[in-house]
Design a protein around this ligand. Structure first.
Ligand SMILES: C[S@@+](CC[C@H](N)C(=O)[O-])C[C@H]1O[C@@H](n2cnc3c(N)ncnc32)[C@H](O)[C@@H]1O
Length: 251
């Protein structure tokens, strides 16, 4: 997958994408990240990329031309067609389902705003979709772009050392939250590892994990549980469990 970033600070996102699973995906050639700085396409001595908003008011607005030229340069750098995604607090909230859809594309062009945002005419002419990483306002789209890059990188075939691990994550298995995880030592002053996980009985372990996911999702994200694909047996089992039956600390 190829990702092009339109950003005043493209190296910020590239740095974020240099570690762990994402860094490895890049090393393995599964993902490439290319930065396009609108300032490089700005005219004049000051290479100006922003100006005051018409109508008055505080802040600055990113100008059309440097952004449009940067987007065009990014498009021209590869023959594969790409949709332009503007990271914006006003966009569709990012979910794992959207991440899966983005991860399956050959190319992404991610547009990062700054200041009060970008001139609306640029959005209307060049942007295909807007994505938000949550109902809060960041000072720029770079952190949001880094979130998208990370989330899609780990879904590229071969990015994770164990191909099955993404399938076990929250929001993947029937839309539930993941179960709790434990590692050595078995005994610790903070507690003991649940016995079933030491039993070697894979069917029992799978059942315990699934039930933990059910309890955890009911307690923490009942909205997900309502939409989850549960068997009638699972629904009956869950209904019979006390509401505080998760067994681990409520965070
Ligand atoms: C200070 S914000 C502009 C906010 C804009 N005036 C508004 O209220 O909708 C500057 C840039 O940060 C990015 N941004 C801020 N919050 C974001 C969020 N929750 N998700 C994705 N991008 C965000 C966008 O690219 C935006 O253009």
């Amino acid at each position: 997958m190829r990702i092009d970033l339109i950003s005043l600070f493209p190296e910020f996102v590239a740095q974020c994408a240099g570690f762990g699973v994402v860094g490895r995906a890049r090393e393995r050639g599964l993902l490439s990240v290319h930065g396009w700085n609108p300032r490089d396409y700005a005219g004049g001595n000051y290479r100006r990329v922003d100006d005051r908003p018409f109508g008055g008011g505080p802040g600055m607005v990113m100008m059309i031309d440097p952004l449009r030229d940067a987007i065009r340069a990014a498009r021209a750098a590869d023959p594969a067609p790409a949709r332009v995604t503007y990271l914006s607090p006003q966009g569709r909230p990012l979910t794992q389902a959207i991440v899966r859809e983005l991860a399956a594309r050959p190319r992404l062009i991610l547009l990062c705003g700054r200041y009060e945002g970008v001139d609306e005419r640029l959005v209307e002419a060049e942007v295909d979709e807007e994505l938000s990483i949550g109902d809060y306002v960041l000072s720029g789209g770079e952190l949001a772009a880094a979130v998208v890059v990370d989330a899609v990188a780990r879904l590229q075939d071969g990015a994770l050392n164990d191909a099955g691990s993404a399938a076990q994550d929250s929001f993947e298995a029937d839309g539930l939250l993941d179960c709790p995880h434990y590692t050595r030592p078995v005994e610790h002053e903070l507690g003991t590892v649940p016995e079933v996980l030491l039993s070697g009985n894979h069917a029992e372990i799978a059942r315990w994990r699934r039930r933990q996911s059910l309890l955890r999702t009911r307690r923490r994200r009942p909205d997900l549980l309502a939409a989850a694909d549960l068997s009638p047996e699972e629904r009956a089992w869950l209904a019979a469990q006390p509401e505080d039956g998760e067994g681990t600390r409520d965070r």
